[in-house]
Design a protein around this ligand. Structure first.
Ligand code: CP
Ligand code: NVA
Length: 306
């Protein structure tokens, strides 16, 4: 039997595999929009979707994606399963994977998805942990490709918390061959181990103006992530100088794009003018979660399609 592939971070696929996957997502998008709905590579297959945190885009895109691929998606909230009552991850992974074909998990600790994958007999997808959100980067890379072509050799600026999104952009910088400028308060830098790992691909500055200069793409994320709600007020203070506004966008290249994984907090990490402005591609970016994850589901079950 072929080795099971998981998708826990962008490191799990080679740069060539990632390129193939983005191209496939673009093809699947075009086919679906052209009305070609007969191709159902995941017919009769079931995706288990385990959510320990809230979601709009991730749930809708995975669920619709499975329908479009001919399969079925099963929503499992931790609250309503035995996982929420303390059944060990190892046991849950063995049981759920014995009845389904592929599993998606959104949770807190990254260790949880690693343990789940270790005990699962089917592919496991990380749909966001406190440390990484690799599915979002698939959509982001696809969106850049659609609007501006190859991102290789470009400079991207990430503004904000050194969190799961920032970490995912760091891995993407290496895998897709771009340079990542990170603008963040000193107290909210990404993990030290990741700064070391991606040293050759990133620059970190506490000055948003330095980080945004000459950039081809400016991205940001919320100041307080899921699970950090009680830090909102402290973070609002720390991140006040790190708002993406028109002055920041003016420092980037004239044709720079703006991305945000959403949900966005207008007038906090980004102004309404930028979010709704001509350089923003956030709605295409959100829609592309669907197309990119269809390519991902296909790659992990049927194999990569070029
Ligand atoms: N960007 C993203 O993952 O959105 P949701 O939290 O709505 O799934
Ligand atoms: N950093 C955010 C991303 C949401 C998609 C969070 O973890 O809440």
């Amino acid at each position: 039997m072929a080795e099971i592939r998981h998708f826990l971070t962008l490191r799990d696929f080679s740069p060539d595999e990632l390129k193939t996957l983005i191209q496939r997502a673009i093809t699947l998008k075009a086919a679906w929009k052209a009305g070609n709905r007969d191709d159902q590579p995941l017919k009769n297959q079931t995706l288990a979707m385990i959510f320990e945190k809230a979601s709009t885009r991730t749930r809708v895109s995975f669920e619709a994606g499975m329908t479009q691929l001919g399969g079925h998606a099963m929503f499992l909230s931790a609250r309503d399963t035995q996982l929420g009552r303390g059944e060990p991850i190892e046991d849950s992974a063995r049981v759920i994977s014995s009845m389904t074909d592929i599993i998606m998990i959104r949770t807190f600790s990254h260790q949880t998805v690693e343990t789940f994958a270790e005990y699962s007999s089917v592919p496991v997808i990380n749909a966001l942990t406190d440390d990484y959100h690799p599915c979002q980067l698939l959509a982001d890379m696809m969106t850049y490709q659609e609007h501006r072509g190859d991102i290789q050799g470009k400079t991207v600026t990430y503004v904000g918390d050194g969190n799961n999104m920032c970490h995912s952009w760091m891995v993407a910088a290496k895998q897709f061959g771009f340079h990542l400028n990170i603008a963040c308060p000193d107290a909210y830098q990404p993990k030290t181990s990741l700064i070391k790992e991606f040293d050759a691909h990133i620059s970190i500055s506490a000055d948003i103006n330095i980080a945004a200069k000459g950039s081809a793409l400016v991205v940001t994320d919320v100041w307080a992530s899921m699970g950090q709600e009680e830090e909102q007020k402290i973070r609002e203070k720390a991140f006040a100088p790190f708002q993406v506004n028109e002055a920041v966008m003016a420092l980037a290249q004239d044709d720079a794009l703006f991305m945000h994984c959403l949900p966005a907090h207008r007038e906090e990490e980004v102004t309404t003018a930028v979010l709704e402005g001509a350089q923003s591609v956030v709605w295409a970016e959100a829609e592309n979660r669907l197309h990119a994850q269809k390519a991902l589901l296909e790659a992990l079950t049927v194999g990569f399609v070029s």
